[in-house]
Design a protein around this ligand. Sequence first.
Ligand SMILES: O=C(O)CCC(=O)C(=O)O
Length: 265
Amino acid sequence: MKLNAEQLARFDELGYVFIPECFSQKEVEALRQAASDVLNQQREEVWREKDGTPRTAFACHTYNEACELLVHDARLIEPLEQLFGERTYVHQFKINAKAAFTGDVWQWHQDFPTWHKDDGMPEPKAMNIAIFLDEVMPINGPLMIVPRSHRVGELESAHDLKTTSYPLWTPDNETVSRLVEKDGIIAPTGKAGGVLMFHANILHGSAGNITPYPRRIVYLTLSAVSNALTNPTRPDFIAHRDFTPVEKGASDALARYADEHLVSA
Ligand SMILES: O=C(O)CCC(=O)C(=O)O
């Protein structure tokens, strides 16, 4: 799947592209079952909120087949190859649960400062791709984005350890206010199966989820192969050390997996 001229122009101008209903309901259902499975595992890759609810399952493509198939999905790989002009490796893969009632905040941040300062990633030639596993609504902690903020480059930031997320490099409130005053905040919402791709320097964050509606999102981070990590300090389940280009799988691989494995409710 390639981005069209309008999507490319939109990405350049605003720093993100949203593709509603990119994955079918059958594929999403297979991924939802995968999410329930991995988030309930007791292992070092699964991090929890203060009350013990699962928050993030890292690297689950290494211990779940549906997640592994997703990593090789051309709908995710091709647009990034197109944007970077080269092949990509998997820098990170995770499922953020943002559980009903207890899913906690993600502070305002750009992704690149953390990748740069904690992992030694040379350039912002990497990107997060969000795949919605539940309907993302204005009320259940959607990802909020400051459009055009990718154009300001890497903001000054401090290491913030306040939430249950891994430590992030976050800008101060004055900086966030200044950028928001200029360009506002948007929150792409939509049905499960939607895909949101956003620039490594876009300012984003999300509020806590006090609704009864979970908001599970998969995040696949792909980086250009020329942009390998030079000094990773985080565990390799958070910042992978394998920089070989990710291969594209069969276009119907996830759908076939769903046909073979879906457990009906
Ligand atoms: O899931 C969210 O709400 C935010 C995740 C995020 O910002 C990140 O992984 O960098």
